[in-house]
Design a protein around this ligand. Structure first.
Ligand code: SD4
Length: 343
């Protein structure tokens, strides 16, 4: 599919993609990528990929890989944005969101979950042990405890406590762009490790296993210092994560409100279904976000997507510079790639 046609699709939106699909199917060309494959967001994805790869290299299931992979990030002791060490909401409590999808289109998610170390595993049990897709708040916590998860202390990590106390000095509530390019106080405040590296945001992970099956996961503490009760895109199936075993898998990071407003990950999958490559599908979706709200340019808002297709091709795209993703498809290939960006 040529670039002009992709832009035409992008300007039409998802509904119109379906209408125009027949026009483009003849242009669809199949390129063979990598299998097994795991791709995840940000630099934290490198370590998470390692755990996922241990499963994939033994011909394990993509679903097991994407759960085990992001559990590494959830357990980190000094992570601003994932798991119980992350930055709290504006009332000083860490609240977590997570989602998971398997190759059969089954989905599970939790939102506004407190005091549970591995929300991704609770999301998986929502998928596998309940007739529901999503549990939230105290109900999600009650379910987790019933399933044997420990109720951890409601206590901030040292780095989160310090960041929260700093934030309380101004209590500025302004979700702006994440990571390296941030200037001053930032709702996506990055945390710098002693070695100088920045810790990054939400981890989203998508994988294709040796059997050709796809799965995905996403886990986050959401926006730092968010309003109490705020839930982002990460646990919303179709927004933060979507998997269709006939097509591909996609996951997002960045300002969830903008992702939710366009059902971002679902849009990425539908664009791929109608012939777009993973990278082009991610690009079309960030273009859609920007078209809907051009002020994002000056607001410094970041959104990024990563996607893989059924054939093991992968790609990513973001609004702003600074988004990267980790790609692993061999014992000796686990590499961070800078995403192309619109602005
Ligand atoms: C949210 N999308 O809660 C998440 C946050 C995130 O990179 O991904 N940050 O809106």
């Amino acid at each position: 599919m040529n670039r002009r046609r992709l832009l035409q699709i992008g300007s039409l939106g998802v509904g119109s993609i379906a209408i125009t699909s027949k026009l483009f199917s003849s242009a669809k060309k199949i390129t063979i990528g990598k299998k097994p494959l795991v791709v995840s967001t940000w630099g934290v994805g490198i370590n998470a990929n390692k755990a996922a790869w241990e499963i994939l290299r033994k011909n394990g299931r993509a679903l097991d890989a994407v759960e085990a992979g992001v559990m590494i990030t959830e357990a980190e002791q000094d992570n601003c944005c994932v798991g119980l060490s992350a930055y709290p909401d504006r009332d000083g409590h860490v609240t977590l969101d997570a989602s998971i999808m398997d190759e059969q289109g089954n989905a599970g998610s939790v939102a506004f979950l407190e005091r549970i170390k591995h929300p991704i595993s609770v999301a998986r049990l929502v998928m596998e042990k309940t007739p529901h897709v999503m549990l939230v708040g105290s109900g999600a916590q009650q379910f987790a405890v019933e399933q044997g998860f420990a109720l951890e202390d409601d206590k901030l990590s040292d780095s989160a406590k310090k960041a929260y106390e700093d934030w309380l000095k101004t209590s500025q509530y302004k979700p702006v762009m994440n990571i390296e390019n941030s200037k001053g106080q930032n709702a996506f405040a990055p945390h710098r490790f002693a070695n100088g590296a920045f810790n990054h945001d939400t981890i989203g992970m998508i994988s294709l296993d040796a059997q050709g099956n796809l799965s995905g996961s996403c886990t986050t503490s959401g926006l730092a210092f968010k309003m109490r009760g705020r839930v982002g895109d990460s646990p919303i199936i179709g927004a933060g994560l979507f998997v269709d075993n006939e097509v591909g898998a996609a996951v997002s990071t960045g300002l969830g409100e903008e992702v939710m407003r366009v059902c971002g990950s679902h849009m990425v999958i539908e664009a791929m279904r109608h012939g777009a490559s993973p990278e082009d599908a991610c690009k079309l979706t960030v273009e859609k976000i920007l078209r809907r709200k051009p002020s994002i340019k000056t607001d410094d808002i970041q959104v990024g997507f990563i996607a893989i297709d059924k054939n093991g091709n992968f790609g990513g795209y973001s609004i702003q510079k600074g988004f990267n993703y980790a790609v692993c498809y061999a014992d000796d290939y686990n590499t961070l790639i800078d995403a192309k960006h619109l602005l």
